[in-house]
Design a protein around this ligand. Sequence first.
Ligand SMILES: [Cu+2]
Length: 358
Amino acid sequence: MKKVGKVATVMMTSMLVLSACNTTNLKLEKNAKKTPQVSASANHDTMENMSHGKYVNENTILPTQKNMNEKATPVKIKRIGKHEVNVTMTSTVTDVQVAPDVLYKAWTFNGEAPGPVVIVNKGDTINFTLENHDPTVNHSMDFHAVHTSPTKNFADVKPNDKGTFTYKASNVGVFMYHCGTAPVMMHIANGMVGTIIVKDNANPYPNKVDKEYVVVNNEWFDSGNAEDMKNGNPSHYTMNVRELANGKVGDTPFVAKVGDKVRLYFENVGMSQPVSFHVVGTVFDDVYLDGNPYNHLKGMQSVMIPASGGAVVEFTVVEEGTYSVLSHQFDQAMKGSIAKLIVTKDGKLPAQPDAAKH
Ligand SMILES: [Cu+2]
């Protein structure tokens, strides 16, 4: 698991244990020798080291995808003008570990599930290219951050082909992206989801913050079965966390120091369920629904985020401790919609983090 922080991971908690399920906290939990948690990763080092697993979605894997397991690669974002960026992503098939000895053959963007965080600036024209490495299935990209014709610019890209689409990111905020190929439900449930953040550097959020993280909630269906998806009862949730440092996505642990003001870019990429987003032990001093500065709320305990919705939340951590970042719908938290923010005096990880309480 040594590189687990460098790729997006899918981590599932056991029904019996409320435990961390983000990349960094997996390490913490292991170090702390707590009750073992069920974890998952799209990381190939992990794959190589694990014993032979069984795909939980075995019955739904297409024969041509059976031997595919493409390595995670970073999203390519190249600025070609003051207000123009080229973004290139792949659609592919990647093994995702959903529990010890249990694999999910996922459809992914860039070999990650959820896919990589994309960051652009307000007003940018995005030239988006999707390289479809899947040998059998069409895929596409639906960015919630743009105004465009879906039929033209969210169009399918055929297997082993690529397509380029152009649109503008006019609205600041935190948005979902997903594959929009029919049946959309299946492409979303199989892992083709992620987060795009549109920043406004000319008019940033008013508060100065010490730490920024991207937190992404997702749903999984261990059968891979369309009927289960239609019934909207996920077997697992995940809460992935990525650091944002100097505007770039990093992989440092989910930590803060006492007195820090923390900003979370939260996005609910799950297929169907709303999420009651909450951080144990604090109050959201400032909330911007969908990350838009005009949607400003104060003093919120929990924020209801619809499927596909997002929010920017800010709070200050005043004491040391382990702060659960979770859906307060506890059926979801018990199935994995929980991560843990470690707060220490110096902002460094302790050898033995204390147990979360709620
Ligand atoms: Cu797709």
